[in-house]
Design a protein around this ligand. Structure first.
Ligand SMILES: NC(=O)c1ccc[n+]([C@@H]2O[C@H](COP(=O)([O-])OP(=O)(O)OC[C@H]3O[C@@H](n4cnc5c(N)ncnc54)[C@H](OP(=O)(O)O)[C@@H]3O)[C@@H](O)[C@H]2O)c1
Length: 338
């Protein structure tokens, strides 16, 4: 193993520091279970999940990310079916799920967030039942509920922990202030924050490099959040780390934000060139770019394709140099650094 390979493997993620022997990369299971609409699951859904999970295990991935809402519960159901056929697997992997988003039920009951104690507890019971397991390793509060009461949330989490249904807790899509507020009502630490981070979603870097500049005012990423997570050993997980494939072969013309297509194309071309030079996949470059960050980000890859899962794992064989990291970042920004 070369020196740079070794340093990439040796990096200790906050999860590891807390005693969870989680893999550097996680597999997101949002793509399992077919259509988003509620309905039955079919053998082809289970087959697809089996192939993906087998590929993940083969490359050392042992951390699987779910949510109660993925494919209206079918993602968890499919995973549960898969676990039934593999005795012992549950104990050798980590299963994370999320709660707090509720779909619309009628015109007067719109899509909403719900951190009430009853919803949190019921949601976990539903996840455990669909997954056919006794406990979740980690439960994330999916998106901040403006009506959240830290004490009520704290009671819900304590109930879940005391009953043995959840080992650890975390959040998703939250800023530092929201995490601190929730922490004030909980006896259990929040050990994860999952956010959208990728080479095409670079706000988490921009916000730091724009301090004291007008550009900072237009930034969507909350100031101080990355720093807060690093200071408190909160695992940063990156959702959509592959930028949904737009850097690794998916047609950029499909991308919704057409105004970004020039920088996306330039970034995708650079990713392809670096991949070729290093003899790794394009996915590996996109993932390695995130893994270079000193927060020791855990990318949550959402591909269901076994070959792409293996391609992502090639990120573990490389470490980008500082110059390469900046070259990718500046290309994605589309403007030079001030
Ligand atoms: N916390 C949150 O709010 C939140 C939000 C969204 C997602 N997540 C989590 O993050 C995980 C990853 O998110 P994600 O799936 O949005 O992002 P991703 O990992 O960036 O992209 C995966 C998606 O892109 C497609 N894709 C990848 N390469 C492609 C290519 N070359 N050509 C065509 N399609 C390609 C994949 O399709 P194939 O399956 O065909 O490869 C899959 O649909 C999810 O599974 C979920 O666990 C969390």
């Amino acid at each position: 193993m070369s020196e740079s390979n070794e340093s990439n493997h040796m990096k200790s993620m906050p999860l590891n520091k807390r005693g969870l022997h989680a893999s550097r990369i996680s597999l997101g299971c949002m793509g399992f279970g077919g259509e988003w609409a509620p309905g039955p699951i079919y053998p082809e859904h289970i087959k697809q999940a089996e192939a993906a999970v087998e590929a993940a295990l083969e490359v050392g991935i042992n951390f699987f990310d779910h949510a109660d809402i993925y494919r209206s519960g079918k993602a968890e159901k499919v995973f549960g079916e898969l676990l039934k056929t593999r005795p012992g697997l549950r104990e050798s992997i980590y299963i994370q799920s999320k709660c707090g988003i509720r779909f619309a039920e009628s015109d007067s009951v719109p899509g909403r967030y719900d951190f009430s104690k009853s919803h949190i507890v019921q949601s976990v019971d539903g996840s455990l039942q669909r997954l056919g397991i006794e406990y979740l390793d980690v439960l994330l509060l999916h998106r901040p509920d403006p009506l959240m009461d830290p004490d009520e949330v704290g009671h819900a989490l304590d109930t879940l922990h005391r009953s043995g249904k959840v080992r650890y807790f975390g959040v998703s899509n939250m800023n530092a202030g929201q995490i601190a507020l929730l922490a004030s009502g909980s006896t259990h630490p929040f050990i994860v924050n999952q956010l959208e981070l990728s080479l095409l979603h670079t706000g988490f870097v921009d916000t730091g490099v724009h301090v004291n500049q007008v550009a900072a005012q237009a930034n969507y990423f909350p100031d101080g959040t990355m720093e807060y997570m690093q200071l408190h050993d909160i695992q940063v997980q990156a959702w959509s780390p592959l930028a949904r494939g737009y850097l690794s072969g998916r047609s950029v013309a499909e991308q919704a934000a057409a105004d970004q297509s020039a920088t996306t194309q330039a970034t995708a071309a650079l990713v392809a060139r670096m991949a070729e030079e290093k003899g790794v996949s394009r996915e590996a470059i996109a993932i390695a770019w995130l893994m270079k960050h000193p927060a020791n980000i855990q990318p949550v890859i959402g591909t269901t394709n076994p070959e792409r899962i293996k391609a992502c794992a090639e990120a573990l064989q490389i470490e980008l140099t500082r110059d390469e990291w900046y070259h990718l970042y500046v290309t994605s920004r589309g403007t030079r650094l001030p």
